[in-house]
Design a protein. Sequence first.
Length: 175
Amino acid sequence: MKHLDTKDLAAWVADLTAGEEIRLSGVVYTARDAAHKRIFAALDAGEPLPFPLETSAIYYAGPTPAKNGLAVGSCGPTTSSRMDLYLPRLSDLGLKLTIGKGDRSPEVYDALKRNGAAYLCALGGGGALAAGHILSAEVIAYDDLGCESVKRFVFSEMPLWVGIDARGNSIFPKP
């Protein structure tokens, strides 16, 4: 098992192997459907984004409010295929890592291979487990979206698995 930090993401993302278990630490941004729509509107209008795409990681999640002294409440992954429409463009602009659950579209596989990017899978149904690995959470954009606002998380040893590597290898069965 590898222990990796997002500050070195560009150095290790292309070397991940489908099925590999990792522990991820460092800065990760949250974004789901509504936030992706706003990010695309900002891109189309030439406006600045809430975070840099280059060498960033997006966790498809909408955490519940914090409780019990944790940075967030339950914070399990969202079904990633809902963001498949957005991923190719974001990957072409430098996004290197996404985190969620479930298989992705052929267009996402192509974009990941084209850009040396990867997709990690979090434990579906493990929102309480995930919350224990998030050291801090700060809303950085679109606060009016509530749980779907863009947040800046700091992960500490978040357990994840490589779902699709930068060569297009996958843990998901193919028809």
